[in-house]
Design a binder for this molecule. Structure first.
Ligand SMILES: *Cc1c(COP(=O)(O)O)cnc(C)c1O
Length: 482
């Protein structure tokens, strides 16, 4: 029998990696000059790529050409230093190498006994995150595919811990600025839509603690069962950090689970300024983190940490006769007992490797740079005539709009929508918009937002951003004056 073509000889493996690297390195090197959006003709491209499952193989080089010439360029350039849209991801290369090692060795980390060493490395990563947030002994968690899954696990865990099996009277509290994955988690967890109270955010886009406390009391008086408050440590819209200290106190008095969605802002806890902004997070029952945002990792790495690891086990542990014996020592975890997943990738390695290679200091410095850049950007934008900063950067995200004389309401929103489009049209930075309405606003308003979070974004690109905002605004004002 000849060897299976699926079993590659060593030389072929080396050649494959080397051929892939010959495409990856020029791609990464040209990132700063690639356009921000390569989505023109994307429908046609997407349809042209449809095909039945191939019976015959295709040459690897040909496939690489397809990927790097046609498929990958047709996208938002999310890895560009100019990507200030939504919440930027990272994509540090170390993580790709860690994934290569993890995928090639293909060990199983769902249960402890199958790979105790790899499970220990991943457990370390989680313990580091818990310590970073100031969670006590006994805390723990799981790495997830992202923040949405972490929020879902948090909602289900809080439901299991704080509500009876018939849980439909349970009520979840959050702010109108919370990420929509909270409402989605509630929906998937089986709560009717009216059981999620999105309390109107205050003038700084934060969840008002007194109104929260009153809402909980009112619902209890009506016979409902308040059980969970979700605070935001960096909202996606304007970057607002809720007053975690005050909300923790409301949650404590009301005896409800306190979850903090820190998917965007969480890793700023590595910095002094971030720690000050996130004060109170140490009281959380659970916290969502997204290493693929503020730890610069590639997409596919989220995390939920909880104050009491036992809560995750009580929510997820189910036994089966074909499974090995699960660990009962608290320091030896079976990840399948703490999350909905059984088989999964070795996520821990892509977090562990870069942290071990560089130490936390390199990440702290990079995050401090983002905090500085956001303030620099805010000051420079403020100096442009007719620009008003509506949300100052609490971390590295700010929101602003143009306020040319004579425009109000819907006409003003239309102007700002045109502005965000014009800035992106220059293909050097990408900003996105958001519609917000605070308790103090008579009507919703459209804002532009800039989030500085890529490890590739530095001062030069912030200057480019300011220049493109200024010139785009001038061009638009000229067009309106005609
Ligand atoms: C991005 C984000 C999420 C969702 O996380 P994913 O990793 O995209 O699933 C949730 N909450 C906040 C505040 C976010 O910024």
């Amino acid at each position: 029998m000849p060897p299976s073509p699926l079993e590659l000889p060593p030389e072929t493996m080396r050649l494959m990696i080397s051929a892939a690297m010959d495409r990856i390195i020029p791609h990464l090197e040209s990132l700063p000059t690639q356009p921000m959006r390569g989505t023109r003709g994307s429908r046609r491209l997407a349809r042209s790529l449809r095909e039945p499952m191939p019976e015959q193989g295709t040459d690897f080089e040909k496939l690489l050409s397809l990927l790097f010439h046609r498929v990958i360029p047709a996208s938002l350039n999310t890895a560009s230093p100019g990507y200030l849209a939504y919440i930027p991801g990272g994509g540090i290369f170390h993580a790709a190498v860690a994934d290569l090692i993890a995928d090639a060795t293909n060990r199983y980390v769902g249960v402890w006994m199958a790979a105790p060493g790899l499970v220990a490395l991943e457990a370390n990563v989680i313990a580091w995150f818990c310590a970073m947030l100031g969670l006590p002994e006994g805390s723990g968690g799981v790495l997830t595919s992202g923040g949405s899954l972490a929020n879902l696990i948090a909602v289900v865990t809080a439901r299991r811990e704080r509500l009876p099996p018939a849980f439909l009277e349970g009520v979840i509290y959050t702010s109108s600025e919370a990420h929509h994955s909270v409402a989605k988690a509630a929906l998937i967890a089986g709560f009717p839509e009216e059981r999620v109270r999105a309390i109107r955010a205050d003038a700084r886009f934060r969840l008002p603690p007194e109104i929260l406390a009153a809402a909980i009391e009112e619902d209890r008086a009506r016979g409902l069962e308040p059980f969970l408050v979700v605070a935001s440590a960096g909202t996606t819209g304007t970057g607002a950090v809720d007053d975690l200290e005050a909300i923790a106190e409301v949650a404590r008095v009301a005896r409800v689970w306190f979850h903090v969605d820190a998917a965007y802002g969480g890793f700023f806890a590595l910095t002094d300024r971030g720690r000050a902004a996130l004060k109170g997070i140490e009281h959380a029952d659970s916290v969502t983190l997204d290493p693929h945002k503020s730890l610069f990792l590639p997409y596919g790495t989220g995390c939920l940490v909880v104050r009491d690891q036992g809560a995750l086990r009580r929510t997820h542990a189910v036994s089966a006769s074909y499974m090995p014996t699960m660990q009962t020592d608290d320091d030896l975890v079976d990840f399948c007992d703490l999350s909905p997943e059984l088989s999964r990738d070795v996520r821990g390695l892509r977090v562990w490797l870069p942290l071990k290679m560089h130490g936390a200091g390199v990440f702290r410095e990079a995050l401090d740079e983002k905090l500085d850049l956001a303030r620099t950007l805010a000051d420079a934008l403020r100096a442009i005539p007719h620009i008003e900063i509506v949300a100052e950067p609490e971390l590295s995200l700010l929101a602003f709009r143009a306020r040319p004389p004579g425009l109000e309401g819907e006409a003003l929103d239309v102007f700002n929508r045109k502005l965000v489009k014009a800035i992106g049209g220059k293909q050097r930075v990408l900003l996105t918009g958001v519609k917000v309405r605070r308790a103090t606003d008579a009507a919703p308003m459209f804002l532009l937002r800039a989030c500085v979070l890529s490890f590739r974004t530095h001062r030069d690109r912030i200057d480019v951003c300011v220049e493109d905002v200024r010139t785009s605004l001038e061009e638009l004002l000229r067009e309106y004056a005609r």
